[in-house]
Design a protein around this ligand. Structure first.
Ligand code: CTP
Ligand code: MG
Length: 234
């Protein structure tokens, strides 16, 4: 593909709900969520930019390959993504939460195709549980609903325009694609899966840690080699 693609990884959150410090630096299966997020993209994009809390810059530099650009994130995810957008030059950006460690190569490739064709795309997944409103018990037809996951991908000029409009109007979201929809522009939907679970609270961390060995055996053989201790190679 001749169009330059960047992976933008917001990893500057404080991980309040997990309660173990900044979440991107928590380990799952022997590697931090941040390392996993970067590793998943290395073969698939031209540039990787991550945003971390300012006090963890040095730690991130130590963990990540030299060619990954590291910046300081903002007070909200939206601010962090805006800063990531300023820090890259690629025409197409894929925004992916560090909190989702199990991102398959085929999802990245499908997203690139969708963004080139439609200018904006989001990974979503169908909802298996019945859905009710907590306050009223009112049900919603789950067949019409989708849970929004990441990556979300955009032409960089479009998502910058969407963020500028949101900043001007004071809109605050956790989902960048909704800012594009607010401009009246469509967003293509790419099917994700339960593997794209977001590590948010301790139960999801427990699940992620249980799943990591299986995931690594299926997806990350090559990248596991550097983590073998010398003694285990004798
Ligand atoms: N994020 C970010 N900058 C912020 C807030 C969040 O880069 N100011 C990132 C997180 O690091 C994470 C992703 O956005 O990769 C999704 O956010 P979330 O799951 O809410 O993570 P936290 O904000 O860290 O968690 P919590 O809301 O429980 O504090
Ligand atoms: Mg948060």
């Amino acid at each position: 593909m001749s169009v330059k693609v960047a992976a933008l990884i917001p990893a500057a959150g404080s991980g309040q709900r997990l309660g173990q410090g900044p979440k991107a630096f928590v380990e799952v299966g022997g590697r931090t969520l941040l390392e996993r997020a970067v590793t998943n993209f290395t073969q698939h994009v031209d540039e990787i930019v991550v945003a971390v809390p300012s006090e963890l810059h040095r730690e991130a530099k130590h963990l990540l390959p030299d060619d990954v650009i590291i910046i300081t994130g903002g007070a909200t995810r939206q601010e962090t993504v805006y800063q990531l957008l300023q820090a890259c030059t690629a025409e197409v950006v894929l925004v992916h939460d560090a909190a989702r460690p199990f991102l398959a190569a085929d999802v990245i490739e499908r997203m690139k195709v969708a963004v080139l064709e439609h200018h904006a795309a989001s990974v979503v997944t169908s909802v298996a549980d019945s859905l009710i409103e907590a306050a009223t018990g009112q049900t919603h037809d789950r067949s019409k609903l989708r849970a929004v996951q990441t990556p979300q991908g955009f032409r960089r000029d479009l998502i910058l325009r969407a963020h500028d409009a949101a900043n001007a109007s004071g809109a605050h979201v956790t989902d960048d694609a909704s800012l594009v929809r607010a401009l009246g522009e469509p967003v293509a939907l790419v099917e994700g899966s339960s593997w794209l679970l977001k590590v948010t609270d301790p139960s999801q961390l427990e699940l992620a840690r249980a799943l990591a060995p299986h995931w690594d055996a299926q997806h990350n053989r090559a990248t596991l080699t550097p983590y073998l201790k010398p003694s285990s190679m004798l």
